[in-house]
Design a protein around this ligand. Sequence first.
Ligand code: ATP
Ligand code: MG
Length: 160
Amino acid sequence: MEAPHVSGSLIVLVGPPGAGKSTYARRHFPTGCLCLDDYRQMATDDAADQSATPTAAQIQNLLLDARLARGLTTVVDSTNVLPHVRAGLLARARYYQRPAVAILFNLPLAICQARNTARARQVPQDVVRELHQMTPTAEQLAAEGFTSIRTVGFHAPARL
Ligand code: ATP
Ligand code: MG
């Protein structure tokens, strides 16, 4: 699949833990991915330590400004299910006059929970459920001002 963006865009991944955001980002964007988990890990040796989120967000925003100011495509790889978080990202894209693209991970809760269970770093399943419920629709994202929206869904493996 072609990378879904105009060069220099801000690309915001949106979806619950376990949806496959980081996997998708690694596959499609070999550079330019900003991930709060990485910065929490660097600050505390624990990617899940939410007390480090303010520090991680500061690092993310510094890098975001540096890249958007240079017209470099930049991916924000975190859940981004909270409207105020997306509003902050949209404001930055507007400031730097860059298109804001949302990639919405629209997968059944059971798939997100199964993928979450199968990996090394596990988020509590009730948190996965809560964030899954908070995930916006494509229509909501369009109303918020995203320039374009791409939806990633679940495709069951083909039977051999
Ligand atoms: P978090 O918000 O917690 O960082 P995430 O959305 O980044 O979660 P990933 O870590 O990318 O999710 O993926 C969760 C698990 O699902 C991983 O073990 C990954 O290998 C697996 N996975 C991701 N995408 C797919 C896919 N398309 N098919 C099958 N398994 C997948
Ligand atoms: Mg991830």
